[in-house]
Design a protein around this ligand. Structure first.
Ligand code: ADP
Length: 262
Protein backbone atom coordinates (compact mmCIF):
# COMPACT_ATOMS: atom_id res chain seq x y z
CA UNK A 1 0.00 0.00 0.00
CA UNK A 2 1.34 3.39 -0.91
CA UNK A 3 0.89 5.65 2.10
CA UNK A 4 2.69 8.59 0.53
CA UNK A 5 5.21 8.50 3.40
CA UNK A 6 8.79 7.78 2.36
CA UNK A 7 10.06 4.33 3.30
CA UNK A 8 13.53 5.65 3.88
CA UNK A 9 14.58 9.16 4.83
CA UNK A 10 18.22 10.18 5.01
CA UNK A 11 18.90 13.58 6.55
CA UNK A 12 22.34 15.23 6.38
CA UNK A 13 24.09 11.87 6.69
CA UNK A 14 27.85 11.85 7.19
CA UNK A 15 30.26 8.96 7.59
CA UNK A 16 33.90 9.36 8.55
CA UNK A 17 36.44 6.56 8.46
CA UNK A 18 39.35 6.61 10.86
CA UNK A 19 42.60 6.39 8.96
CA UNK A 20 45.60 4.37 10.12
CA UNK A 21 47.75 7.46 10.46
CA UNK A 22 45.23 8.94 12.93
CA UNK A 23 43.32 11.24 10.58
CA UNK A 24 39.75 10.92 9.35
CA UNK A 25 38.26 10.65 5.89
CA UNK A 26 34.69 11.76 5.23
CA UNK A 27 33.39 9.22 2.70
CA UNK A 28 29.76 10.46 2.90
CA UNK A 29 29.32 14.16 3.34
CA UNK A 30 25.87 15.56 4.06
CA UNK A 31 23.59 13.26 2.07
CA UNK A 32 19.84 13.78 2.25
CA UNK A 33 17.47 11.66 0.21
CA UNK A 34 14.17 9.85 0.32
CA UNK A 35 12.98 6.57 -1.10
CA UNK A 36 9.24 6.16 -1.69
CA UNK A 37 7.13 3.01 -1.86
CA UNK A 38 7.59 0.94 -5.04
CA UNK A 39 10.26 3.29 -6.29
CA UNK A 40 13.52 2.39 -8.02
CA UNK A 41 16.31 4.81 -7.27
CA UNK A 42 19.56 4.58 -9.18
CA UNK A 43 22.63 5.78 -7.27
CA UNK A 44 25.45 6.52 -9.67
CA UNK A 45 28.96 7.88 -9.43
CA UNK A 46 32.55 6.89 -10.06
CA UNK A 47 34.39 4.34 -7.96
CA UNK A 48 35.34 5.75 -4.56
CA UNK A 49 32.61 8.43 -4.40
CA UNK A 50 30.94 6.81 -1.37
CA UNK A 51 28.10 4.71 -2.87
CA UNK A 52 28.97 1.50 -0.99
CA UNK A 53 29.44 3.37 2.24
CA UNK A 54 25.99 4.93 1.84
CA UNK A 55 24.47 1.48 1.18
CA UNK A 56 26.16 0.08 4.29
CA UNK A 57 24.87 2.98 6.39
CA UNK A 58 21.31 2.30 5.20
CA UNK A 59 21.64 -1.40 6.13
CA UNK A 60 23.19 -0.65 9.50
CA UNK A 61 26.54 -2.14 8.50
CA UNK A 62 28.37 1.13 9.01
CA UNK A 63 27.87 3.89 11.57
CA UNK A 64 26.81 7.42 10.72
CA UNK A 65 29.02 10.16 12.19
CA UNK A 66 26.28 12.77 11.78
CA UNK A 67 22.71 12.93 10.55
CA UNK A 68 19.90 10.40 10.65
CA UNK A 69 18.56 7.47 8.67
CA UNK A 70 14.94 6.49 9.22
CA UNK A 71 13.35 3.34 7.85
CA UNK A 72 9.57 3.22 8.25
CA UNK A 73 9.86 5.82 10.97
CA UNK A 74 12.57 3.94 12.97
CA UNK A 75 16.17 5.06 13.30
CA UNK A 76 18.56 2.66 11.58
CA UNK A 77 21.13 1.52 14.15
CA UNK A 78 24.54 0.14 13.23
CA UNK A 79 24.18 -3.34 14.72
CA UNK A 80 25.83 -5.41 12.03
CA UNK A 81 23.93 -7.43 9.46
CA UNK A 82 23.14 -10.52 11.54
CA UNK A 83 22.11 -8.79 14.77
CA UNK A 84 19.59 -6.49 13.16
CA UNK A 85 16.07 -6.27 14.55
CA UNK A 86 13.20 -7.97 12.72
CA UNK A 87 12.03 -4.60 11.40
CA UNK A 88 15.43 -3.90 9.86
CA UNK A 89 15.35 -7.22 7.98
CA UNK A 90 13.02 -5.34 5.65
CA UNK A 91 16.18 -3.87 4.14
CA UNK A 92 18.08 -6.51 2.16
CA UNK A 93 21.23 -6.14 0.14
CA UNK A 94 22.72 -7.85 -2.89
CA UNK A 95 26.47 -7.27 -3.15
CA UNK A 96 28.82 -7.10 -6.12
CA UNK A 97 30.41 -10.35 -5.03
CA UNK A 98 27.61 -12.90 -4.46
CA UNK A 99 29.81 -14.69 -1.92
CA UNK A 100 29.29 -11.64 0.30
CA UNK A 101 25.54 -12.48 0.26
CA UNK A 102 25.88 -16.28 0.31
CA UNK A 103 27.62 -18.78 2.55
CA UNK A 104 29.86 -20.95 0.33
CA UNK A 105 29.55 -23.91 2.71
CA UNK A 106 25.76 -24.25 2.78
CA UNK A 107 23.37 -25.55 0.15
CA UNK A 108 21.15 -23.00 -1.54
CA UNK A 109 17.97 -24.47 -0.05
CA UNK A 110 19.17 -23.95 3.52
CA UNK A 111 20.22 -20.38 2.83
CA UNK A 112 16.94 -19.46 1.15
CA UNK A 113 14.96 -21.17 3.92
CA UNK A 114 16.78 -19.11 6.56
CA UNK A 115 15.73 -15.96 4.73
CA UNK A 116 12.15 -17.22 4.19
CA UNK A 117 11.83 -17.56 7.97
CA UNK A 118 12.19 -13.77 8.22
CA UNK A 119 9.12 -13.11 6.06
CA UNK A 120 5.85 -13.73 7.90
CA UNK A 121 3.79 -13.23 4.73
CA UNK A 122 4.59 -16.75 3.47
CA UNK A 123 4.47 -15.33 -0.04
CA UNK A 124 7.40 -17.32 -1.40
CA UNK A 125 8.84 -20.80 -1.19
CA UNK A 126 12.23 -22.09 -2.36
CA UNK A 127 11.03 -23.48 -5.69
CA UNK A 128 8.97 -20.40 -6.58
CA UNK A 129 11.93 -18.13 -5.85
CA UNK A 130 14.33 -20.19 -7.94
CA UNK A 131 11.80 -20.18 -10.76
CA UNK A 132 11.41 -16.40 -10.46
CA UNK A 133 15.15 -15.94 -11.00
CA UNK A 134 15.17 -18.48 -13.88
CA UNK A 135 16.99 -21.27 -12.08
CA UNK A 136 15.86 -24.93 -12.05
CA UNK A 137 14.37 -26.37 -8.87
CA UNK A 138 17.37 -28.72 -8.43
CA UNK A 139 19.59 -25.66 -7.93
CA UNK A 140 18.35 -25.78 -4.32
CA UNK A 141 20.46 -28.86 -3.63
CA UNK A 142 23.74 -27.39 -4.79
CA UNK A 143 26.40 -25.23 -3.18
CA UNK A 144 27.13 -21.69 -4.44
CA UNK A 145 30.37 -22.75 -6.16
CA UNK A 146 28.40 -24.99 -8.55
CA UNK A 147 27.04 -21.94 -10.36
CA UNK A 148 28.38 -19.44 -12.87
CA UNK A 149 28.79 -15.82 -11.74
CA UNK A 150 25.47 -14.79 -13.30
CA UNK A 151 23.64 -17.75 -11.76
CA UNK A 152 25.19 -17.06 -8.36
CA UNK A 153 23.96 -13.49 -8.52
CA UNK A 154 20.45 -14.84 -9.33
CA UNK A 155 20.69 -17.00 -6.21
CA UNK A 156 21.74 -13.96 -4.16
CA UNK A 157 18.72 -12.06 -5.50
CA UNK A 158 16.42 -15.00 -4.62
CA UNK A 159 17.87 -15.13 -1.10
CA UNK A 160 17.37 -11.39 -0.62
CA UNK A 161 13.77 -11.55 -1.88
CA UNK A 162 13.03 -14.54 0.37
CA UNK A 163 13.30 -12.27 3.40
CA UNK A 164 10.36 -10.21 2.10
CA UNK A 165 12.22 -6.89 1.88
CA UNK A 166 10.54 -3.53 1.61
CA UNK A 167 13.85 -2.10 0.40
CA UNK A 168 16.19 -4.08 -1.82
CA UNK A 169 19.64 -2.57 -2.24
CA UNK A 170 21.91 -3.71 -5.05
CA UNK A 171 25.49 -2.56 -4.48
CA UNK A 172 27.05 -2.87 -7.95
CA UNK A 173 25.27 -6.23 -8.30
CA UNK A 174 26.10 -6.49 -12.00
CA UNK A 175 29.63 -5.09 -12.02
CA UNK A 176 31.32 -8.49 -11.96
CA UNK A 177 29.11 -9.97 -14.70
CA UNK A 178 29.69 -10.21 -18.44
CA UNK A 179 28.32 -7.23 -20.34
CA UNK A 180 25.56 -9.25 -22.03
CA UNK A 181 24.20 -10.33 -18.62
CA UNK A 182 24.32 -6.95 -16.90
CA UNK A 183 21.15 -5.49 -18.33
CA UNK A 184 19.23 -8.78 -17.91
CA UNK A 185 20.11 -9.16 -14.25
CA UNK A 186 19.41 -5.48 -13.53
CA UNK A 187 15.96 -5.76 -15.11
CA UNK A 188 15.27 -9.02 -13.29
CA UNK A 189 16.05 -7.36 -9.97
CA UNK A 190 13.85 -4.41 -10.77
CA UNK A 191 10.90 -6.54 -11.92
CA UNK A 192 11.06 -8.86 -8.92
CA UNK A 193 11.42 -6.02 -6.45
CA UNK A 194 8.39 -4.22 -7.84
CA UNK A 195 6.31 -7.43 -8.14
CA UNK A 196 7.11 -8.15 -4.49
CA UNK A 197 5.96 -4.69 -3.42
CA UNK A 198 9.49 -3.54 -2.57
CA UNK A 199 11.45 -0.45 -3.49
CA UNK A 200 14.99 -0.66 -4.77
CA UNK A 201 18.21 1.30 -4.58
CA UNK A 202 20.39 0.18 -7.44
CA UNK A 203 24.01 1.28 -7.18
CA UNK A 204 26.15 1.41 -10.27
CA UNK A 205 28.91 3.38 -11.89
CA UNK A 206 27.10 2.76 -15.19
CA UNK A 207 24.39 5.31 -15.91
CA UNK A 208 23.32 3.54 -19.10
CA UNK A 209 22.14 0.43 -17.21
CA UNK A 210 20.58 2.55 -14.45
CA UNK A 211 18.61 4.40 -17.11
CA UNK A 212 17.00 1.11 -18.11
CA UNK A 213 15.56 0.39 -14.67
CA UNK A 214 15.41 3.45 -12.40
CA UNK A 215 12.52 5.89 -11.91
CA UNK A 216 14.83 8.41 -10.32
CA UNK A 217 18.59 8.90 -10.28
CA UNK A 218 20.86 10.42 -7.63
CA UNK A 219 24.36 11.32 -8.78
CA UNK A 220 27.12 11.12 -6.18
CA UNK A 221 30.50 12.80 -6.32
CA UNK A 222 33.08 12.84 -3.52
CA UNK A 223 30.58 11.90 -0.80
CA UNK A 224 27.81 14.30 -1.88
CA UNK A 225 24.66 13.97 -3.98
CA UNK A 226 25.33 16.62 -6.61
CA UNK A 227 22.14 16.11 -8.62
CA UNK A 228 18.98 14.01 -8.44
CA UNK A 229 15.75 13.80 -10.40
CA UNK A 230 13.62 11.71 -12.75
CA UNK A 231 15.83 9.39 -14.80
CA UNK A 232 14.94 10.85 -18.19
CA UNK A 233 15.56 14.40 -16.97
CA UNK A 234 19.02 13.47 -15.69
CA UNK A 235 19.73 11.58 -18.91
CA UNK A 236 18.46 14.21 -21.36
CA UNK A 237 19.17 17.46 -19.53
CA UNK A 238 21.85 16.92 -16.89
CA UNK A 239 22.47 20.10 -14.92
CA UNK A 240 25.66 19.34 -12.99
CA UNK A 241 29.05 19.28 -14.75
CA UNK A 242 29.89 15.97 -13.04
CA UNK A 243 26.71 14.33 -14.41
CA UNK A 244 27.55 15.69 -17.85
CA UNK A 245 30.99 14.14 -17.53
CA UNK A 246 29.53 10.76 -16.51
CA UNK A 247 27.16 10.88 -19.48
CA UNK A 248 29.94 11.98 -21.78
CA UNK A 249 31.86 8.81 -20.90
CA UNK A 250 29.07 6.58 -22.30
CA UNK A 251 29.70 5.47 -25.91
CA UNK A 252 27.10 6.83 -28.33
CA UNK A 253 25.76 4.90 -31.34
CA UNK A 254 23.06 6.42 -33.57
CA UNK A 255 22.34 9.06 -30.98
CA UNK A 256 21.58 6.49 -28.26
CA UNK A 257 23.65 5.23 -25.36
CA UNK A 258 24.85 1.68 -25.86
CA UNK A 259 23.09 -0.55 -23.36
CA UNK A 260 25.10 -3.71 -22.69
CA UNK A 261 23.13 -6.84 -23.43
CA UNK A 262 20.24 -5.14 -25.25
P1 ADP B 1 32.21 3.50 -3.94
O1 ADP B 1 31.23 2.46 -3.50
O2 ADP B 1 31.54 4.67 -4.60
O3 ADP B 1 33.30 2.94 -4.81
P2 ADP B 1 33.13 3.52 -1.18
O4 ADP B 1 31.97 3.87 -0.34
O5 ADP B 1 33.53 2.09 -1.27
O6 ADP B 1 32.92 4.12 -2.66
O7 ADP B 1 34.40 4.35 -0.69
C1 ADP B 1 34.37 5.75 -0.53
C2 ADP B 1 35.70 6.22 -0.04
O8 ADP B 1 35.88 5.78 1.30
C3 ADP B 1 36.88 5.69 -0.85
O9 ADP B 1 37.83 6.72 -0.95
C4 ADP B 1 37.38 4.55 -0.02
O10 ADP B 1 38.77 4.37 -0.20
C5 ADP B 1 37.09 5.04 1.40
N1 ADP B 1 36.83 3.93 2.32
C6 ADP B 1 35.92 2.95 2.17
N2 ADP B 1 35.94 2.11 3.22
C7 ADP B 1 36.91 2.57 4.06
C8 ADP B 1 37.43 2.14 5.33
N3 ADP B 1 36.92 1.07 5.96
N4 ADP B 1 38.42 2.88 5.90
C9 ADP B 1 38.91 3.97 5.29
N5 ADP B 1 38.46 4.44 4.09
C10 ADP B 1 37.48 3.75 3.50
Amino acid sequence: MNTGEPLLTLTDVECEYKLNGGGRFRAVNGVSLELGESEVLGLVGESGCGKSTLAKLICGLEKTSEGSIEYQGNQVKPLGFKKRSAAMMGIQMVFQNPYASLNPRRKIRAQIEDALALDPSGRWNVEALLDAVDLPANAADRYPHAFSGGQRQRVAIARALAAGPKVLIGDEPIASLDAFLQSRIAKLMRDLAIESGASMIFISHDLSVVREIADRVAVMEAGKIVESGPTETIWNTPAHPYTKRLLGAIPIVDGKGVIPGV
